[in-house]
Design a protein around this ligand. Structure first.
Ligand SMILES: [Zn+2]
Length: 312
């Protein structure tokens, strides 16, 4: 138990750092330095969630402001270690936390591949192709009228992400676009913050065929803690465990990780207030007699495999 540390593939804390002028030292956010340390978090993925042009203006400009906040957070914070490539993981000390910069919504590219290459140079190592709606790459899951797959531009984005060694994230994507990504990506893909539709039938969740396809490409699914994606009723830690158990039962533990969505959701399951409560989930898995090696994979091993394979 002691050596188990967590990798969390998705949080929206950067939005709060920018829009509420808060810092990673403040306790107003789910994700604070103190809570990350209490929860034994090893690497936290920080998403720059772009949002709509109508609300936030130019997607690229909005993204750059969020990236600026990310670097602002890292500066003067020796406890945070930026992860740009696999070797950086070895630099994370016992009292330190790795930070990995991601983009949520490929609308940030504004239809230009050059922007993808520049974002990589700015340290972005994962991009969620779309949010709920349509962008230049593909449709999101809530674009219910068309549900289109990848555009020609979208295909070139996949190829360029493969070439750059960036992690492709399909959370939020439409079902036809999901299958296009499976067809075109030469590298494993992940769903950084998605759950199982068989357990909770929300459109944001993944059906069994999608879970099987992610497993076949050695990908990963980060379990999302948003109650609406966990259960149709009030929910708690048990519901997080249900999604872990379902996916592990269908395709094995090698596909399961965490993608909390902390600071991106308005409420959380009972008993979960932030990263500080990760140990409660681990304890529950231990009680259920999961092998410690399997729990290690869920906590960090599977994400480490993805980081090692893609961020080489
Ligand atoms: Zn999201």
């Amino acid at each position: 138990m002691k050596e188990l540390r967590i990798i969390d593939g998705h949080c929206d804390t950067l939005t709060n750092l920018l829009d509420r002028s808060s810092t990673i030292n403040d306790s107003v956010n789910h994700v604070s330095l103190e809570n990350l340390i209490k929860g034994r978090v090893y690497i936290q993925f920080f998403a720059a969630w772009i949002g709509s042009r109508q609300k936030y203006g130019s997607p690229l400009q909005r993204g750059l402001k969020l990236i600026d906040r990310y670097y602002n957070m890292l500066e003067g914070n020796s406890r945070l270690v930026p992860i740009l490539q696999w070797e950086d993981v070895n630099k994370i000390g016992n009292d330190q936390i790795g930070a990995l910069l991601t983009i949520e919504d490929g609308n940030i590219l504004e239809g230009e591949l050059a922007n993808l290459r520049i974002l990589y140079k700015l340290g972005v190592r994962l991009m969620t192709l779309t949010w709920n709606h349509r962008n230049e790459i593909c449709d999101g899951i809530m674009e219910t009228n068309s549900q289109s797959g990848l555009s020609n531009f979208g295909i070139s984005v996949i190829q360029e992400m493969n070439k750059l060694n960036m992690i492709i994230d399909i959370s939020h994507i439409s079902v036809p676009a999901f299958w296009d990504v499976i067809e075109y990506s030469k590298a494993p893909i992940i769903a950084s913050h998605s759950n199982a539709k068989a357990v909770c039938p929300h459109p944001r969740n993944l059906d069994d065929k999608q879970i099987l396809a992610i497993s076949e490409v050695n990908g990963l699914i980060g379990i999302n803690f948003y109650p609406l994606f966990l259960s149709e009723k009030n929910c708690g830690i048990e519901d997080i465990v249900k999604h872990i158990e379902y996916i592990a039962g269908l395709v094995g533990v090698d596909v399961v990780g965490f993608g909390s969505d902390f600071d991106g959701v308005d409420h959380l399951p009972d008993g979960i207030n932030g990263p500080q409560d990760f140990p409660k989930i681990i304890n529950r898995l231990l009680q259920l007699n999961y092998l410690e090696d399997d729990i290690k994979k869920i906590c960090s091993g599977n994400y480490l495999r993805i980081i090692k394979t893609i961020l080489k």
